[in-house]
Design a protein around this ligand. Structure first.
Ligand code: GCU
Length: 676
C-alpha cells in the first residue's frame, strides 16, 4: 500500500463531508484511466471517511457526489469552465479540482486519474483545500527504469526479486505490477522501462513478447503507464542470426525494422527503446566503426513509423582508463562523446544523461552535457535505488541532493538556465520531449524497496518530476502524513530525521566532493577508500601522502571544468570560488589546505566523519519516540534498520578516518584519530 493507505480521518473531521457517490460523465471502458480514477475514489473515499461510497449513474443527487469527467465531456454536458481551470486543462495530463462542488476534471483520461489522486491525497492528509486548485506537469517524460533481469534478479536491486521476470520469462501473476502502476500514477509517473539496461537479447523472442511483455503493458495501461524496453545492441547477431549488428548494414536495418513492427503488434502504445551501448563492455556502434549518432538513428528510424522514441544513454566511457595519465578523466566522457553530435541525431532520439558526470555519487556537480546539447533533446537520470547511498540498509532521503541539481543554474550563453527549466518544454531549449527518468528497482519485498523509509525517495522523485520546484521538506511531510499518519509528532520526527540523513551520510561517507568512498570494485557498499584508485574505473581521488582530490581545472588538470558555460566554468576553475562541498571534485590539494570554514582539509575529514556518524547514532532514539504512534510491525522493522545503520556509520567513520590518518600521518586536533 505504501503511501496509498487511505487511513481513516478522525471522526469529527470526516463528519464535515457528505459524499455518498461517484458520478462519471461520458463513457469509458474498464481499461481507461478514468475507470481507474473511479475505482480509486470509491475505495479511497470510503476508507478515509469511513462511509460506503458507490458509483452511480443517477445525476439527480450531484450535491453528495464526486463528479469526474474529461474536460470535453464536462463541456458537452452544458457546463462552462473558468479561465483558471482552462489554464490547467489546456495541458496534457493537467487537472482541475473544485472541492466545493466535489468536481474532478482532467484534460484527458490520465489527467482525470491524476486529479483523483490529488484529491484523495489532500483528503487523506486532512489538508483538502476549500478553494479550487489545478496542476499540470512541467515535463512530459516522467519515467522509471527498472534494472530487472529475465532470470528474476535485479541489478543493483535491494528490495527482492523482480516483479516482472522469473526463470527467463515474464511472471504469470502480475498483481504486484498492477500495484506498481497504481503507485506510479498516484505520483504522476507515466512510463517505465521494465528490463535491465544491460539487456538480454532474448527479451525480443516472439514468445516473450506475446506471452509476457504484452501482458505487462496491458496491466499497466489502465493507470496511464506506458512501457518501454531496454535493448541489447548486438541482438541482430545474437538472436537474429545475422553476421553483424553494424547499424549501417542493410540487413541489420531491415531486421530492426521488422522486430520493431513485431513489438508494436503486441504493444501498440509502446514508448520506445532505451539503449546502453559502448558502455561497461556493452557492444555498440563504435564497435563497428560507426558514430553514436549512427547507432541511435538506426533505432530512431525503426521507431518513427510508430511514434516511438530512442532513449540513448550518455553513460558511455572507457572503464579501462589509465590513472598514470593526469589528463585522463572519466568525468569528461559524456561531453567528449556527445556534445559534437548535437546536430547529428534524428528527431525522435532523446539522450539520457545521469545527473552527475560519474555515477550517482553522494555529491556531484551537474553533468555539463545537460547544457551542451541544445538541438538534441535530453532527459535527466536519477537513481532511487541507493546503489552508492547505503543500498536501502541506510535511510537516506535523496530529494535534497536532487534539488541541488535541479535548482542549479547552468548559465547557458550567460542567461538564467536552471536545470529544472532546461528539462521542460517551456525551458531555454524548448525541447518538446524532455523530463525525468530514475532507476528505481523495486522488488517483491512487501516494503517494495527493502526499507519503509526508502519509499520517501520514490514518492519525492515522482512529485519532483511533475513539479521540480517543489520543496524537499514539503514533499517529505506529504509522504509522512500519507504513509505514517497525520499526528504532528510523527510528521516532525520522521521529517527531521530524514532531512538530516543526506548531510549525515555525506559527512561519514564522502565529504568535500571526494565522492562516495565505498568499495568501487564489486559491491558499491561499505567503506573502502583504498579501492577508488589504482584501477580503470576512473572514480579516482588521487590520494597520496601529501594530498588528495582530482585536479579537473583547465589550467593544470583534466580540463573538465571547461566543459561548462563560462560563468560556471570559472566558478569551478578557481579554488577560491569553488564551494567547499565540491572542492576535491575540482582540485587536488594538500591535506593542510585551509577551507573557507578555516579548518584544514584533514581536520574537516575527521570532524565531519565524527559528526556525521554521531547524527546517525541519534536515529534509533529519535525513532523510539514513535512507539505506539505507528503500527508495531513497521515500527520494529524500521527500528531494526536504524540500529544497524547507527552501527555501520561507526564502521564508516573509523575506516575512513584511519585510512587518511595512515596516509597523511597527520593527527586529529581533537585526539580521536592518531597517536597520543
Ligand atoms: C553503474 C552500476 C551498473 C550499471 C551502470 C549503468 O555503473 O554499477 O550496475 O549497469 O551504472 O547505469 O549502466
Amino acid at each position: 500500500a505504501a503511501w496509498l493507505r487511505y487511513g481513516a480521518l478522525p471522526a469529527e473531521q470526516a463528519a464535515a463531508y457528505s459524499i455518498k457517490t461517484v458520478t462519471v460523465l461520458g463513457s469509458h471502458d474498464e481499461t481507461s484511466p478514468v475507470a481507474s480514477a473511479v475505482r480509486e475514489l470509491v475505495d479511497g473515499v470510503s476508507k478515509i471517511l469511513g462511509v460506503t461510497v458507490s458509483l452511480t449513474s443517477d445525476t439527480s443527487s450531484l450535491s453528495t457526489s464526486i463528479v469526474v469527467a474529461i474536460r470535453e465531456d464536462y463541456l458537452a454536458a452544458g457546463n462552462t469552465l473558468s479561465a483558471s481551470a482552462t489554464d490547467f486543462l489546456d495541458h496534457t495530463d493537467g487537472y482541475w479540482v473544485d472541492p466545493q462542488k466535489t468536481l474532478i476534471l482532467g484534460s484527458d483520461a490520465r489527467g482525470v486519474l491524476y486529479g483523483a489522486f490529488a484529491y484523495l491525497s489532500q483528503l487523506a492528509q486532512g489538508t483538502l483545500s476549500s478553494t479550487p486548485f489545478g496542476s499540470r506537469p512541467r515535463a512530459p517524460v516522467r519515467w522509471i527504469n527498472q534494472w530487472d533481469n529475465m532470470d528474476g534478479t535485479i541489478e543493483r536491486g535491494y528490495g527482492g526479486r523482480s516483479l516482472f521476470f522469473e526463470g527467463g520469462r515474464v511472471v504469470e501473476d502480475l498483481s504486484r505490477v498492477k500495484e506498481y502502476a497504481r503507485l506510479m500514477a498516484s505520483i504522476g509517473l507515466n512510463g517505465i522501462v521494465i528490463n535491465n539496461v544491460n539487456a538480454n537479447p532474448s527479451l525480443l523472442s516472439e514468445e516473450c513478447l506475446s506471452q509476457g511483455v504484452k501482458r505487462v503493458a496491458d496491466t499497466m495501461r489502465p493507470y496511464g503507464v506506458r512501457i518501454g524496453l531496454a535493448l541489447n545492441f548486438d541482438t541482430p547477431r545474437t538472436l537474429g542470426g545475422l553476421e553483424t549488428s553494424d547499424p549501417l548494414d542493410a540487413g541489420v536495418v531491415a531486421w530492426w525494422g521488422e522486430t520493431t513492427k513485431r513489438i508494436y503488434n503486441h504493444v501498440p502504445d509502446m514508448l520506445g527503446f532505451t539503449i546502453k551501448a559502448n558502455s561497461e563492455g556493452q557492444p555498440g556502434p563504435l564497435s563497428y566503426g560507426r558514430t553514436l549518432a549512427e547507432g541511435a538513428n538506426m533505432f530512431a528510424k525503426a521507431l518513427a513509423p510508430f511514434g516511438g522514441f530512442v532513449f540513448y544513454r550518455a553513460f558511455v566511457y572507457d572503464h579501462h582508463l589509465r590513472e598514470d595519465n593526469p589528463k585522463n578523466d572519466r568525468a569528461n566522457a559524456a561531453v567528449d562523446f556527445f556534445a559534437h553530435l548535437d546536430d547529428a541525431f534524428d528527431d525522435n532520439v532523446v539522450v539520457q544523461v545521469k545527473f552527475g558526470p560519474i555515477d550517482f555519487q553522494v555529491r556531484e556537480p551537474v553533468s555539463p552535457l545537460l547544457a551542451r546539447l541544445k538541438r538534441t533533446k535530453a532527459v535527466i537520470e536519477f537513481m532511487v535505488a541507493q546503489e552508492y547511498m547505503g543500498q536501502q540498509s541506510h535511510a537516506v532521503y535523496l530529494a535534497p541532493e536532487w534539488k541541488t541539481i535541479l535548482d542549479f543554474d547552468m548559465r547557458v550563453d550567460g542567461r538564467p538556465s536552471l536545470v529544472r527549466d532546461i528539462l521542460s518544454p517551456d525551458g531555454p531549449f524548448g525541447w518538446p520531449v524532455t523530463g525525468y527518468t530514475a532507476v528505481v528497482n523495486v522488488g517483491r519485498d512487501t516494503t517494495w524497496l527493502g526499507h519503509h523509509l526508502a519509499m520517501a525517495n520514490l514518492y519525492a522523485y515522482g512529485r519532483l518530476a511533475w513539479s521540480p520546484e517543489a520543496g524537499a521538506r514539503d514533499l517529505l511531510d506529504e509522504w509522512t502524513r500519507l504513509t505514517w499518519g497525520t499526528d504532528p509528532v510523527v510528521v516532525e520526527t520522521v521529517g527531521n530525521l530524514l532531512m538530516d540523513s543526506w548531510p549525515a551520510y555525506e559527512a561519514h561517507s564522502g565529504n568535500l566532493g571526494i565522492q562516495t568512498l565505498c568499495d568501487i570494485l564489486y559491491t558499491h557498499y561499505g567503506p573502502s577508500p583504498a579501492s577508488q584508485d589504482g584501477n580503470g574505473w576512473g572514480q579516482w581521488t588521487r590520494a597520496d601522502q601529501h594530498g588528495l582530490g582530482m585536479d579537473r581545472t583547465v589550467a593544470t588538470g583534466t580540463g573538465f571544468s571547461g566543459q561548462y558555460h563560462p560563468e560556471v566554468a570559472s566558478l569551478y576553475e578557481n579554488i577560491e570560488t569553488t564551494p567547499d562541498d565540491l572542492l576535491l571534485w575540482f582540485h587536488h590539494v594538500p591535506y593542510t589546505h585551509v577551507l573557507k570554514s578555516g579548518k584544514t582539509v584533514i581536520q574537516h575529514f575527521y570532524d565531519a566523519h565524527y559528526e556525521g556518524a554521531a547524527t546517525v547514532q541519534t536515529y534509533p532514539g529519535r525513532w523510539e519516540a514513535l512507539r505506539g504512534k505507528v503500527d508495531n510491525a513497521r515500527f520494529e522493522h524500521v527500528g531494526f534498520k536504524l540500529r544497524y545503520q547507527a552501527g555501520h556509520a561507526l564502521v564508516w567513520r573509523d575506516s575512513v578516518c584511519r585510512f587518511y590518518h595512515a596516509l597523511s600521518g597527520i593527527d586529529d586536533d581533537k585526539k580521536r584519530v592518531g597517536h597520543y
